[in-house]
Design a protein around this ligand. Structure first.
Ligand code: RFL
Ligand code: PHB
Length: 390
């Protein structure tokens, strides 16, 4: 087989890029390791930057997001039994975020690829990248007993943190930066009315908690748990009880509980691989960087990579101009590191760290008090949360 751009990974990054390129007449083949059902069973992000929402519209995939997604102009920070509202709209100069689940967004992208007869190949095994430093790279995968070869101009590694693309870059070329946090998030999805119309990020000495939502009938809650905990140890009843203890009483009194329809633990990690280009291979999204979910940056950082790559590839194919491709790694990483900084800061501000000495806890309390008392600090939070410009 032959294509212009071979995309590895059918998560939001890979699907969005293939859809955007297809609309501009660039040919792509997308390879996904799992079935579509498997990809759509993962419950992940819920908050989209306005710039990402605009990219979904440009990809002709924004219709359901605009109909069913919720515009949020603020969120709450709960601490010391109180609730403080962060007015994103006011402090960001008129911006907001869209609350729309990654699962729904991925479904919309799959449906668009199907409508346009895009080539998306599922359940591929043993994906291998070849000759990335040459002008004629190719990708192979196994389909049963058969090895299939795809010749292409460029390979896009959008295959997530555990994918094969980053691992195809020689170790002496790649520099990896990593920080592992000593806790995870236990998440529960439940068909209940959300406790608050806007998200609540809660700082509590027992650990962080987050009240989020997917719609007015679907709630998503998280609590900080030690890494040693397993999902089986957490009954629904124990989860609700712990969540209530970490929320101000005015909130926990209103919490509607119900059976969980999904429950999982995600470890918290910050990670960046540099550079994001190796010859004809370009990394995008979680394949190159991940953040702890506290600042809601992960999917949004993936979208900014796709924005840069999309424009760079269009300039290459339409104008024979490679400046965008040559600048990609540097440009993408500059924004990625800002998302890293923000996610690390939000995580440090709101979680309980087992290794903290009393001095650290005092600084953490002071950081929060300063934030909530300073319009400039709130401006910085809001600007980062709604998304820095691409
Ligand atoms: P994905 O979604 O991991 O998709 C990669 C795809 O590649 C496939 N794959 C392969 N395909 C072919 N060959 C191989 N060898 C392959 N190896 C892997 C995989 O099957 C998969 O389908 O990466 P992508 O597209 O870069 O998207 C990134 C986002 O998924 C991720 O950043 C976010 O979910 C992070 N995140 C959040 N981000 C936000 O912006 N806002 C949020 O509110 C937010 N909340 C979250 C989150 C992530 C969470 N978890 C579980 C990690 C909340 C949680 C709990
Ligand atoms: C979510 O709804 O899953 C969610 C929202 C905000 C975050 C992280 C996750 O910061």
């Amino acid at each position: 087989m032959k294509t212009q751009v071979c995309i590895i990974g059918g998560g939001p990054s890979g699907l969005l890029l293939s859809q955007l390129l297809h609309l501009k007449g660039v040919d792509t083949i997308l390879l996904e390791k799992h079935s579509r059902e498997h990809v759509l069973s993962r419950i992940r992000a819920g908050v989209l930057e306005h710039g990402f929402a605009a990219l979904m519209r440009e990809a002709e995939c924004g219709e359901r997001m605009d109909r069913e997604g919720e515009i949020h102009e603020g969120f709450f920070i709960a601490h010391d039994g109180k609730l403080d509202r962060v007015d994103l709209h006011k402090y960001s100069g008129g911006s907001s975020v869209v609350v729309y689940g990654q699962t729904e967004l991925t479904r919309d992208l799959y449906e668009a690829r199907e409508r346009m007869k895009g080539q998306v190949i599922h359940n591929v095994e043993d994906v291998t990248l070849h000759d990335l430093k040459s002008d004629a790279p190719f990708v192979t995968y196994r389909d049963g007993d058969k090895i299939v070869r795809i010749d292409c101009d460029y390979v896009i590694g959008a295959d997530g943190f555990h994918g094969v693309s980053r691992k195809s870059i020689p170790k002496d070329v790649l520099r990896e930066y990593e920080k592992v946090y000593p806790f995870g998030w236990l998440g529960v999805l439940s068909r209940t009315k959300p406790v608050s119309p806007e998200l609540i990020y809660a700082k509590h000495e027992r650990g962080f908690a987050l009240c989020s939502l997917r719609s007015q009938v679907l709630s998503r809650y998280y609590i900080q748990v030690p890494l040693s905990d397993t999902v089986d140890e957490w009954s629904d009843a124990a989860f609700w009880e712990e969540l209530k203890r970490r929320l101000p009483s005015e909130v926990s009194a209103k919490l509607v509980t119900g059976p969980s329809i999904e429950k999982s633990i995600a470890p918290l990690r910050s990670f960046v691989a540099e550079p994001m280009r190796y010859g004809r291979l370009f990394l995008a999204g979680d394949a190159a960087h991940i953040v702890p979910p506290t600042g809601a940056r992960g999917l949004n950082s993936a979208a900014s990579d796709i924005y840069y790559l999309y424009h760079a590839l269009i300039d290459h194919y339409r104008k024979n101009d490679d400046a965008g491709l040559d600048a990609y790694s540097q440009k993408a990483l500059a924004r990625v590191w800002k998302a890293q900084r923000f996610s690390w800061w939000m995580t440090t501000l709101l979680h309980s760290f087992p290794s903290n000495i009393p001095y650290d806890n005092k600084l953490q309390e002071t950081d929060l008090a300063y934030l909530l008392s300073s319009e400039r600090a709130l401006g910085s939070l809001a600007e980062n949360y709604v998304g820095l410009p691409f």
